[in-house]
Design a protein around this ligand. Structure first.
Ligand SMILES: Nc1ncnc2c1ncn2[C@@H]1O[C@H](COP(=O)(O)OP(=O)(O)OP(=O)(O)O)[C@@H](O)[C@H]1O
Ligand SMILES: [Mg+2]
Length: 455
């Protein structure tokens, strides 16, 4: 790949020289100009970024800025000025300058500014490429991320999509993209023109779920006043996505297993075996091995589903993907809210990358949406992302150690139980409420021998 080209425009040779030597050390290709006319000529040869002095012998920098932006709105321009006034800076930004720097400037600062500007453009270009290459809304390429983990996931999804083996198990924390992956598999497979049917196993009581999946005959139960086809029948030659499979009751687990092994099933209240060809994609944010060990999930079904397992990696373990996702959602909400946000200010990107994202990509998307609704200006700030600044519950202020002391273990246990109950026993979310990771909360669940009591 070609290094980015930087055009340095200043009539003072010494300034050009110091900038050029520093920036070429950073690996950029450097072009220089000493006059406005020369700047415009050199710019037309193709440059990525311009360092532009405000006062030039044959004109002023704002005019050059306007002409550069008119010729190529993509060019980044950083204004250099010794006569800094607020109005000048405002005018430059209004005309599309990326930033400005006051003379005498600090070379490190300029180098950082340049790097950040070029990185932002690279991300924006990449987002644009993603958008234009997305003919399909559920393309596998829509699973964004350049981390090794994400590349490997996409490669696996592609392979699985076209593989004849029909059953797939998607696992991963909430918000890691299991729904997205399920659709991506379907639309990348030769089943794409056939139905994609989707059901959340926890959303329906057992008997309704069964008849949703397998259908029923007339008179099968009170209220079954006509025959009904189930999802498996309706999705013939297509895909059925069983979300939250970990919540499926054992009776149905057995029926599903039979269907996966024999490709046939009976409608509720029916005698005939019905044969269909569907790919089953199951998803769960639970650890199915644990459920198996606890006797809540059939081991045989687990092994049957686990032939093609795909684990979606939590966002905190692929923090290098955060800049691209961030810019993707900034671009999304710029369109939706008709805003012109360009990025995040200062150290916000770094802080977003070290934040734990218990809700994964969904949480990031929601955070950017919120920030863009409430934030003002072209850069989102730390204040626009409350999870970066939020101090945890004011416990340390409100609580006072009773005179006769407390039993810390009992208090800890009580708080862990509360967090689990409040999150519906979702360990990830409960852990987030306590500032723990999943291993840490699991350790405590074991330690206190906590168990979910059936509702
Ligand atoms: N790699 C990714 N690239 C782009 N968007 C993503 C990615 N992963 C997830 N998303 C987006 O994040 C949001 C949550 O994803 P999704 O609904 O697929 O998560 P999930 O794993 O099914 O979560 P849950 O367990 O809560 O059902 C969606 O808006 C989805 O488009
Ligand atoms: Mg989901």
């Amino acid at each position: 790949m070609q290094p980015p080209t930087i055009l340095i425009v200043d009539d003072e040779q010494l300034i050009r020289w110091s900038l050029a030597s520093r920036l070429s050390d950073e690996g950029y290709r450097i072009v220089e100009a000493a006059t406005a006319a020369d700047a415009i000529a050199r710019h037309s040869e193709g440059v990525d970024l311009v360092l532009l002095d405000y006062r030039l012998p044959d004109g002023d920098g704002i005019d050059v800025l306007k002409r550069i932006k008119a010729a190529d709105p993509e060019t980044l321009v950083i204004m250099l000025t010794a006569h800094s006034t607020i109005e000048l800076a405002v005018e430059a930004m209004k005309q599309g300058a990326y930033h400005y720097a006051n003379k005498p400037f600090n070379l490190d600062e300029i180098a950082m500014l340049v790097e950040k500007a070029l990185e932002t453009t690279r991300l924006r270009r990449e987002v644009r490429t993603l958008r234009t290459s997305q003919a399909q809304p559920y393309d596998i390429e829509r699973m964004i991320g350049e981390s090794d983990a994400m590349r490997a996931t996409r490669a696996l999804l592609r392979k699985v999509a076209t593989s004849p083996a029909s059953t797939v198990l998607l696992t991963g924390e909430s918000g890691t993209g299991k729904d997205l992956a399920a659709k991506a598999i379907h639309y990348a497979s030769d089943r794409a023109t056939r139905p994609f049917m989707n059901i959340t196993c926890s959303a329906l009581p057992e008997n309704l779920l069964e008849s949703e999946l397998f259908g029923h005959e007339r008179g099968a139960f009170t209220g079954a006043d006509r025959q009904k086809r189930g999802l498996f029948e309706m999705a013939d030659s297509g895909t059925v996505f069983l979300d939250e499979i970990g919540e499926m009751v054992p009776v149905l687990q057995a029926k599903l297993l039979r269907f996966l092994e024999e490709k046939t099933f009976k409608r509720v209240g029916g005698a005939a075996d019905i044969r269909v060809d569907v790919r089953v994609i199951a998803a769960t944010n639970r650890q199915l091995e644990d459920e198996v060990r606890a006797g809540k999930f059939r081991e045989d079904l687990y092994y049957r589903l686990n032939v093609l397992p795909i684990l979606l990696i939590p966002l905190r373990e692929r923090a290098v993907d955060i800049p691209l996702l961030l810019h993707y959602y900034i671009d999304t909400y710029n369109r939706e809210f008709k805003k012109r946000v360009k990025g995040v200010s200062g150290d916000v990107l770094g802080r977003l990358q070290t934040y734990g994202w218990p809700g994964n990509v969904r949480e990031l998307r929601n955070a950017v949406e919120r920030a863009m609704l409430l934030g003002e200006g072209e850069q989102l700030t730390a204040e626009d992302f409350p999870m970066l600044t939020r101090t945890r519950g004011a416990l340390t202020e409100g609580i006072e150690l009773p005179a006769n002391g407390i039993d810390l273990e009992t208090l800890e246990r009580a708080l862990v139980v509360q967090a689990l109950e409040r999150s519906g026993w979702n360990q990830t979310r409960a852990a987030a409420l306590l500032g723990l990771n999943r291993d840490q909360i699991r350790y405590r669940i074991d330690k206190f021998k906590l168990e979910r009591t059936p509702a």
